[in-house]
Design a protein around this ligand. Structure first.
Ligand code: ZN
Length: 191
């Protein structure tokens, strides 16, 4: 898969991340009409902020910008050791075109919801379309972890956070509880 690489340049700023309670997280982001130098600068800052926070995805509303842009940067995590390594990829005006009927519940966290983790149902695979940072239309099929990140970030563009998707309060955990569960899972998987 050829991915457009956009590295952080010197003008890329680390921006403050809005947390739950902020009105920015509840607004509907607007389509990007043209990839202007300001949009390119925002993308650079989104990547810089995501990398500094060690996240796997970030959406413009989390940085108080109302544009339909997010960054996906899949990498291996304790919960998703098989996740593919993906260069931070800007997705502009992203849309889901088709989905699997089947959903899976798995762990999510969010830079805007510090200290909480939850089990969230998502489609197992999705077919998507977006503009890359060069303005080219990309149509792709994502599955598992990348599909989950995409669905989580797309929700941010529509004012939705993962807490809204949780089906039961029993599916919501603290970061400490999550770490303990993941640790136990890994131990029990050992031969
Ligand atoms: Zn999030």
């Amino acid at each position: 898969m050829l991915l457009t690489t956009l590295t952080c340049n010197e003008s890329s700023q680390i921006l403050p991340i809005a947390c739950v309670g902020s009105e920015h997280l509840r607004q509907i982001a607007q389509p990007v009409e043209k990839i202007t130098p300001q949009i390119e600068k925002l993308i650079g800052s989104m990547i810089a902020t995501l990398e500094s926070a060690h996240g796997v995805g970030i959406a413009a509303p989390q940085l108080c910008h109302g544009d339909r842009i997010f960054i996906v940067a899949s990498r291996s995590t304790p919960r998703y050791p098989q996740a593919p390594l993906m260069t931070p990829t800007a997705m502009i005006n992203p849309e889901i075109i088709a989905t699997s009927d089947e959903t899976a519940k798995d762990w999510e966290g969010c830079l805007s919801v510090p200290g909480r983790r939850g089990l969230v149902p998502r489609h197992r695979w999705i077919e998507v379309e977006y503009l890359d940072a060069a303005g080219q239309v990309q149509r792709k099929i994502f599955q598992d972890f990348i599909a989950r990140i995409f669905q989580h970030e797309l929700d941010h563009l529509d004012g939705i956070v993962f807490l809204d998707r949780i089906e039961s309060s029993e599916d919501l955990y603290t970061e400490e509880e999550y770490q303990e569960i993941i640790q136990n899972d890994q131990n029990s998987n050992r031969p």
